[in-house]
Structure formats: C-alpha cells, structure tokens
Design a binder for this molecule. Structure first.
Ligand code: PMV
Length: 318
C-alpha cells in the first residue's frame, strides 16, 4: 500500500495573557482572548503516515502507546482532516517531545500544532496557516497559537494570528522545571471545574479582557516592564480563579520559585513569573540577565533544572 508521509515540527508557546475557560457550546472556543510567545529550543516532532492498509489509526507519543483519551483527541483531528480530504484512509502518527509531556509545559500546544500541519500535508489538503491554526485550536485552543512564531494572539471565534515578530522585545523565558511527571488535572477539566465552581470565574473573565488589551498595547509599544507586570497579573488572576474551585496546580517548588522572582525584582532585576496548568514556573527576564538569573533560579529548592528559551519560530514541515 502506498503511504503518504509528512513530518512537522512545532514549538510550545507560553501565554503572557492567559486564556482559561471555554465559551458555552461546541467548538472548543476560548472564553477570553489570549496572547502568547512561541518558544524556540523546545520542540515536538510529529510524523503522519496515511496508509490505506491500516484498519484504524495508530498513535505513539515518545515511543509509548498512549491513553484512550489521548488517542481519541488525535483521532478527532484526523477525522476533521479526512473530511476535508474526502479520504477514509487511516494514519499512523508518531510524536516525540524533547521536554516533559503533559505537565504544563505546553506539550499539547506544540503537539496539536505539529499534528495539524503534518496531517493536512499528509492527506494532501491545501491550506493556509490560518486553516492549520484553526484546526489545531479545535483540539487544544493554545495549539492554534503555536502555528506562528514570535508573539501571537487568539481572539475567541477567530484563528490565531501573529501580532509581533520574535525580536519585538529583548526577552528570554527561563523555564523552571519542577517535576518530570504528568500533571494530575488536565487543563480541560481544570477550566471546566473553575467555570462550574469558582466564585471568581466571572471576575477572571472580565479582568482577562482588560489585561489582554493592555498587554497587547504594551507589546506593540515595546514596553518590556509593562508586558512582564501584566503577564504575571494574568497568571495570578487565572490561578486565583482556579484555586477558589479547588483546582491547584502549584507545588511547594512553584511557590519557592515565585518568591525568588519577587526577590529578584526587589534587587532591581526585570523578572516576572507565569504559571500554566502545571507546577513549573516560567520567568520572563531581560536577555542580558538570562544566564545569571538562570543560575539563581536553578538554586531554588525543588527546581530540577532551568531551560533558557528565546522567542522562536512557528511550526513547519520538515
Ligand atoms: O490549550 P489548552 O486547552 O490545553 O489550555 C491552555 C491553558 C493555559 O496554558 C493555562 C493558558 C493558555 O492560554 O495557554
């Protein structure tokens, strides 16, 4: 049987203005706008081989067979592509991350961005970057943003789109890895629980709209200090709403690293923290301080290692 094969590479992105929560109804539409920076250095590589000889789809992640839930999400994306291609052929998908999977290091973002791009190509669907971004977004909203490099926005109901290039700010992101384990609460169930149970969910949605507008303006005017401060506010507001619903992603090491970031600021450094649906802390620093501050954060109890990441490129076929 002839197999049509495509391989794509995509990089995680870190939301500076976070999304948390979905709009009611179908379609995986985020409740609030978000703005991210795509990171170079960390990568997911995904190969899709369409093969008329297969009896069902196959999916392996990091050489392992995956859970039913993960396979189902991959199948849903492939079904959307098959519908567009007019194909009934199944595919074998292999995906490899060079960083911890499903632990709040945005592996679903780079994973679904790479899968969307590779699947469109392997099934021979001609598509724009906006099409690929919308396909990825339907599986994992943040994944739409990883199609593009630099700074990227995702406005509810629209495909993700680039806002500013990689060199817009002299920024580095210090990814403080605090666990190699998979997270216990997926972002999907964490945000559903927050929406259902948090007394602060409405306040979060309101504050997120304002934060997004201010952060976008600060980015466009290259105001690094304001971008950092607004990014940290966004993360804290998101986690405050989640915490009030009993959705806790922080570990002891998360808080230790956050306190160190506050101390760095008191010592005059540009350093702001952001945390996603996992225990890691991503610290926004000036590029000139990256090595010095990486050492400081590496010494924090519970921080296993620090990855220095620069704003990077979007997803591509290799
Ligand atoms: O893309 P999802 O549905 O896995 O959710 C990602 C949520 C956050 O990373 C916490 C925030 C964001 O905007 O990326």
């Amino acid at each position: 049987m002839s197999a049509r094969v495509a391989t794509a590479v995509a990089h995680p992105n870190i939301a500076l203005a976070k999304y948390w929560g979905k709009k009611d109804g179908e379609g995986n539409v985020p409740a609030v706008p978000s703005l991210s920076v795509t990171l170079g250095g960390l990568a997911t590589t995904t190969t899709v081989s369409v093969d008329a000889g297969l009896a069902h789809d196959h999916f392996s992640l990091g050489g392992h067979v995956t859970s039913d839930a993960e396979r189902e999400r991959v199948r849903e994306l492939l079904d959307r592509v098959r519908a567009r291609a007019g194909s009934k052929d199944f595919a074998a998908v292999t995906s490899v991350n060079d960083f911890p999977t499903a632990s709040g290091l945005a592996s679903s973002a780079s994973g679904f961005a790479a899968l969307a791009l590779a699947a469109l190509r392997a099934y021979g669907v001609s598509s724009s970057e906006a099409d690929a971004a919308d396909l990825a977004r339907a599986s994992s909203a943040s994944a739409g943003r990883s199609i593009f490099g630099g700074y990227v926005e995702l406005v509810p109901g629209e495909p993700a789109r680039p806002v500013a290039p990689v060199d817009q700010l002299p920024l580095r992101v210090l990814v403080c890895v605090t666990s190699e384990a998979a997270k216990s609460t997926s972002s999907r169930s964490g945000m559903n629980a927050t929406k259902a149970r948090s007394p602060y969910y409405a306040a979060w949605v309101q504050s997120a709209e304002k934060n997004f507008k201010e952060l976008r303006a600060a980015l466009l005017s290259r105001d690094l200090e304001a971008v950092g401060a607004l990014a940290e506010q966004s993360a804290l507001a998101m986690h405050a709403s989640a915490l009030a619903a009993g959705v806790v992603y922080f570990s002891g090491a998360t808080l230790e690293a956050y306190r160190e970031v506050q101390q760095l600021r008191q010592q005059g450094f540009f350093a702001f923290a952001t945390m996603d649906a996992g225990p890691h802390v991503k610290v926004l620093v000036h590029e000139r301080d990256a090595d010095v501050l990486a050492k400081r954060l590496d010494a924090v109890p519970g921080v296993l290692r620090v990855i220095v990441a620069a704003p990077g490129a979007g997803a591509s076929i290799v």
